[in-house]
Design a protein around this ligand. Sequence first.
Ligand code: PLP
Length: 411
Amino acid sequence: MTRINENFLKLSKSYLFSNIATKIKEYKALHPDKEIISLGIGDVTQPLSPASIEAMHAAVEEMTAADTFRGYGPEQGYPFLREAIVENDYRPRNIELDASEVFISDGAKSDTGNIGDLFSNKNSVGLTDPIYPVYIDSNVMNGRSGDLIDQKWNNISYYRCTAENDFIPTLPTQKTDIIYLCYPNNPTGTVLTKAELKKWVDYAITNQSLIFFDAAYEAFIQEEDIPHSIYEIEGAKQCAIEFRSFSKTAGFTGIRCGYTVIPKELKGFTEEGKPVSLNELWHRRQTTKFNGVSYITQRGAAAIYSKAGKEQVKQMVNLYMNNASFMKKELERFGLNVYGGENAPYLWIKTPNNISSWEFFDQMLCNANVVGTPGVGFGPSGEGYFRLTAFNTPENCKKAIERITKWLSKV
Ligand code: PLP
């Protein structure tokens, strides 16, 4: 008899976006003539930058000759990409990293999900609510969550983020070992200032906690004083791991590439309190369980740091942020309370008349033929909110807003 990891049975049966896909499929079956616009799942629509395409074509050419062909690469990534990241993403912000502190991966989903492998189940976990569901589900799988009671796992602390507290989480009152922060935030699109983030770094240093900082959306930050990296905060190298992704920044959702930074000075502890390098532990984990990202992909990723690549990627980000700004303005003009959308490609909308997130989803699908994501799917504090992404084309975003406002004006 082969025993399973029963923690998997604790997970809800289907992932949020599968539920949404099922609802859309059912609606389409009944209304085959309706054209549906999706502002739901956070997937990009713009093609890769010409710089990445060119670099990937050149990399394919290299694969055609025995003397330039590449087989297995280093599990942690090729030095050319790790160094480009240090040079371009960190040095200009006065953050000194060594390339060996950067681990290339197939994306931030895998890394934020897998990082839990390094840590004991005895750690307490805290996270902002609502949140990217991977953080919670991966802790459930590892047996760190406890039981689900009233929509919350009883071994996980939830830091409520709603309009009432301006989406700024309050520091935990009890000692918490692992804290997940995601800024700019998915799903709320909100950010923390340096001063706010510093409070978390200070808390982590004082309490010997570890922060998992997901900065997958840092490229979308428009305002000054919003940290792009947690390492902009003094002391963060002693208490934080940072996750980044090329998915949204450079259109790599399908190509797959991201990276994780684990500073050498960052330590975890044995039961006896002996410090252990987390960089070395992750290195060990990755060399066993991961065989690296393809050479072609890494060449494509490195190309976004060329002069042309930087400009092209900036244009892509601007296109999405112009969508966000347009959608926010129009919906606000219509009287809705809309959060986010200024430093992130997500709008977080308070549902009118306090209707539930799922009810709003159903009504919008049926009456406006636009799909978004019910806020409650990201955690209990998301109830009564709704997420729209700005990742569609400008034409579709405009059409979707026209339909939504037309529908709401009749309600
Ligand atoms: N982190 C956050 C907060 C996200 O919203 C997403 C994707 O939507 C990811 C990570 C996953 O990124 P990747 O495509 O690099 O796996």
